[in-house]
Design a binder for this molecule. Sequence first.
Ligand SMILES: [Zn+2]
Length: 89
Amino acid sequence: MEQDKKPYQFLYETYPWPEPGTERDCPYSGVPLQLNKKHPGYNGKPWTCPKCIHYFSEDDLDNPGKYKGLDCDYTLREKAESSAADPGE
Ligand SMILES: [Zn+2]
């Protein structure tokens, strides 16, 4: 039987991928995102944040409201550390 199921291939081929050299910032931490090579393993998410280790699609970054008031693991940890800072210990 022919095996012609290629869900990953299909998925990533349909997502927009930015031109090399494009720069965007993480909606959580504001650090510059790393632009990944177009590869099925990224599931249509071209961007990785080196701090949060989050993957973002172009669509995600075009809707920063999705992230408003939310924290990733990295920003949560930073907040916990700054609020736990108690020099009197
Ligand atoms: Zn980030």
